[in-house]
Each structure stands twice: as structure tokens, then as C-alpha cells.
Design a protein around this ligand. Sequence first.
Ligand code: 2AM
Ligand code: CA
Ligand code: CA
Ligand code: CA
Length: 259
Amino acid sequence: MLKQAKEWVIQAGEMSFEKSKQSLDITYKTSHSDLVTKVDKEVEKFLIEKILAHYPDHGIVGEEGTFEKDPDEFDTLWIIDPIDGTINFVHQQVNYVISVAVTHKEKGVFGIIYDPSRDELFWAARGEGAYLNEQRLQNTRLERLEESLICTGLFWNERIEKSKLLEMIYQLPKHCRGIRVYGCAALELAYVAAGRLDAYISLYLNPWDFAAGKMIVEEAGGVITTWEDAPLSYLEAGPLIASNPGLHKQLLSFIQRDL
Ligand code: 2AM
Ligand code: CA
Ligand code: CA
Ligand code: CA
């Protein structure tokens, strides 16, 4: 199943990259910054058709809502973000990915994140480690916050508290070496797994943004939890922190003290 899923995700990525040069037919969902293009919808449809043709008894949770049944009806779920980083896809045609995770009875089975612009396939299977293409990944082991490179997401939605967003922008750079914001949560989680970032703090993510990334971070030796240090459920949206093990506690204290 993993091998097949990787092929579908790569095909979906190549399709999106080709289509990024055509007219994208942008529409707005809940706000001026909440975009969807026809490619988001086409990629989701492509993946759902493949999945259901091979696994008709599996459920699907996709950002664009093409599959409408209740996830609670299924033991095995595919959690899909057809294009994560839609704004980057529209403006840059880089820093966007296809993200696909499979869970069984709420436990992760595998996660795949494909960056078509760089041909980088990040993936992990439970108990088998995390990989970039065929190379094994391990996140950093850095323990000094002042030497760390930390990533966050800065976007607006009505669930995000102004004071937390402002404090994040003001306080985080005081404590670490640098801040990065790529605008693509799944890619940012993959980079934590790959050791390109030491941690990622988000004010709010949906399951399709983090499901594959959670598996890849954990299999690379990292930690991903809520801001209260609770395990992250694959089906609940909210704030999260993904980090190497040496910084996780320090970053939780930072969040509790400064945000
Ligand atoms: P998307 O591109 O699939 O919509 C941007 O920092 C990251 O957060 C992206 O992964 C993006 O996913 C997601 N995102 C952007 N705007 C959002 C919003 N209003 N609510 C929740 N997630 C959002
Ligand atoms: Ca979106
Ligand atoms: Ca997303
Ligand atoms: Ca998306």
C-alpha cells in the first residue's frame, strides 16, 4: 500500500507542477487569504479515485471535502491535503507539497509529503523510520535554544488570538538564532524531520496539514504535541509544536510563559 501511495502522490505532484503554468481558476473560501484553485480540487479528486478504486472500504478526510462520508465510519482513513501551501503554489510554484497520511484506528500507518518543485519525497512508516527519497532522516539533537532555527506559521483566521500571534512574532526571535516562515505546514514539519529546522510552532493547524508530518517527525526521532504537551490526535485541529527532543520542553515553557 505504501509503495502504491508514493506513486500516486508523485503523480499528483507532477500533475500539479504541470498545471501550475496554466490558468488556476482561483476562488475564495472563508476569507481573502483562504484560496483554492482548480488544481487543489483536481489533485484531491485524482487521489480519491485511486484510493477508492483499490480500497473501497477506506475513508478519506481531504481539505477540499470531495469525499463526504463521516470519518467515524471507517477504521482506515486517508488524510489528504491535495496542495499544502496553496498561496505559494499560486505565487511562486515552489514551497508547496502534496501531503497524504494513512491511519488505522487512530494510529499512524504511514505518511508521505512530496515537494514536486524539488523532487523531494519525505515519507515514514510506523516503526520503519523516516526518509527523504531513500536517505534515512534524523532530526537535530541541538539543546541550546539560542542556537536553534525555529519555524512558525503566520496566517490569519478567526480562531487565532491576536495577543498570541503578536507575542510569537516579538518573543520568539529573542530566544533563538532565527525564524523561518515557509507558508506550508507539511513542508515545515518535513524540514523538522530532516534537520533543516529545529522546531515548528503553529497557532492553529487542521489534521490534513499535520497528519503526514506528524508521522515523519516522530519516525525521525522528534516530538510533536499540543501546546499543553498532550498527544496530538489525527482528527483534531488546534495549536501544535513539533521539535527535536532536546528543545521540546524549553519551547513548551516558552509558550506557557511568553504567549
Ligand atoms: P493550505 O495552503 O493547505 O491552505 C500556512 O502557514 C499554512 O497554514 C499552510 O499549510 C496552509 O495550508 C495553512 N493555512 C493557511 N491559511 C489557513 C487558515 N486560514 N486556517 C488554517 N490553516 C491555514
Ligand atoms: Ca486551504
Ligand atoms: Ca494545508
Ligand atoms: Ca490545502
